[in-house]
Design a protein around this ligand. Structure first.
Ligand SMILES: Nc1ncnc2c1ncn2[C@@H]1O[C@H](COP(=O)(O)O)[C@@H](OP(=O)(O)O)[C@H]1O
Ligand SMILES: [Mg+2]
Ligand SMILES: [Mg+2]
Ligand SMILES: [Mg+2]
Length: 353
């Protein structure tokens, strides 16, 4: 009998691979009018839309019944003012879908090079990401470019895909085109894929899908720990992390990095703990920003909770609901970090009264 979710894993890695190639190629060619500002003031580029179209098209081919919770939608591309961008996205997506990447010829799963798609098919593929989520059944999450701000700066970003079944993440794949393959040996270059399947561990692959290497979070102590945190101060309360670090006697400065590449770094032993606390503006975390990273950490022997010590709930819809932050770390150090977070929160409450 084949391993559980082996077809899903194969398709997910292939889809992330194609989308990762697309995004890194697009970065070098990106021009100014190829970025839009969304309603929440965040950026979205032709790369985000095209990568979501590619992943969604491949998922439809392999698993036509599965709903998708995707970050982007095509509304802006369906109106006259979006025509130029739409044309570019259709061309990019078709290029990526038909490219020969040596992924095998399993046409049943749509992994090998496919046929060109029409404009309508590409827009519909993007809009298939409109599922509202929920606590039962299968669903995929797509964050075609996580860390769009990092992507635009030429820094870290990640192509993120997960399969959630009955509110449990079962498969997670994260492509990080700009991440060093081996941080100790920068000459090895950049571009990695992290993958995890429930019960089967976490692995790092090259961006070409080769050399699967198992990953376990190594033990750490406050003297070796550094927080992995956002670059963007608007995304998490960085001053809070500083307070927690001082309560724990952490000496190393935080490692700031955009996107779920942070979860990838955590599982391969960089940093030691991921900490993301709300900034207080009422933002709700999105499931596509955490589901793949969450399973990478759990399958590498780590623990992920919110600041109350509760598990994250992926069954509430497109968001994680009320925002109590995210703490991810190896299982030895997680209780220590959680304790310090709760102490820092209690200090804040005390300072307010
Ligand atoms: N106020 C806020 N609080 C927390 N996260 C936010 C936020 N505003 C945007 N984000 C999310 O932060 C993600 C990036 O996380 P990070 O800071 O770890 O790189 C963004 O993903 P996208 O770049 O996919 O839009 C976006 O979904
Ligand atoms: Mg975004
Ligand atoms: Mg994101
Ligand atoms: Mg995104």
């Amino acid at each position: 009998m084949s391993q559980a979710y082996s077809a899903e894993e194969e398709v997910a890695v292939a889809a992330v691979r194609r989308a990762s190639h697309l995004t890194s190629a697009v970065f070098n060619k990106l021009v100014k009018n190829e970025t839009l500002t969304k309603g929440d003031k965040s950026p979205v580029t032709v790369g985000d839309f095209a990568a979501q179209a590619v992943i969604s098209s491949m998922l439809k081919h392999a698993f036509p019944e599965d709903p998708i919770v995707g970050e982007e939608d095509a509304a802006e591309l369906r109106i006259e003012s979006g025509k130029e961008m739409k044309d570019r996205i259709v061309a990019l997506a078709n290029e990526a879908l038909t490219e020969e990447l040596g992924l095998g010829d399993n046409q049943n799963w749509g992994i090998g090079p496919g046929q060109e798609k029409t404009d309508a098919e590409i827009l519909d593929a993007i809009d298939r990401g409109n599922y509202e989520g929920g606590s039962s059944g299968r669903m995929w999450t797509i964050d075609p470019i996580d860390g769009t701000k990092g992507f635009l700066r030429g820094e870290q970003y990640a192509v993120c895909l997960s399969l959630i079944v009955d509110a449990q993440v079962q498969v997670g794949v994260i492509g990080c085109p700009n991440l060093p393959i081996d941080p100790a040996n920068p000459e090895k270059g950049t571009g990695v894929i992290f993958k995890a399947v429930r019960g089967q561990g976490t692995h790092q692959l090259t961006l070409s899908g080769a050399n699967p290497t198992p990953l376990r979070i190594p033990p750490s102590t406050p003297s070796t720990l550094a927080f992995l945190e956002s670059v963007e101060a608007a995304h998490s309360k960085l001053s809070f992390n500083d307070r927690v670090a001082s309560l724990l006697g952490i000496i190393r400065p935080p490692v700031r990095m955009d996107s779920q590449a942070k979860y990838g770094c955590l599982v391969r032993g960089e940093g030691g703990a991921y900490l993301r606390m709300p900034t207080g503006v009422g933002y709700r975390e999105k499931i596509w920003d955490h589901a793949p990273g969450h399973i990478l950490v759990e399958e590498a022997g780590g623990v992920v909770t919110d600041s109350r010590g509760e598990p994250l709930n992926f069954g509430l819809g497109r968001t994680l609901g009320e925002n109590y932050g995210v703490i991810a770390a190896g299982k030895d150090i997680h209780p220590l970090v959680l304790g310090a977070v709760q102490k820092a929160l209690a200090e804040e409450t005390k300072a307010k009264v």
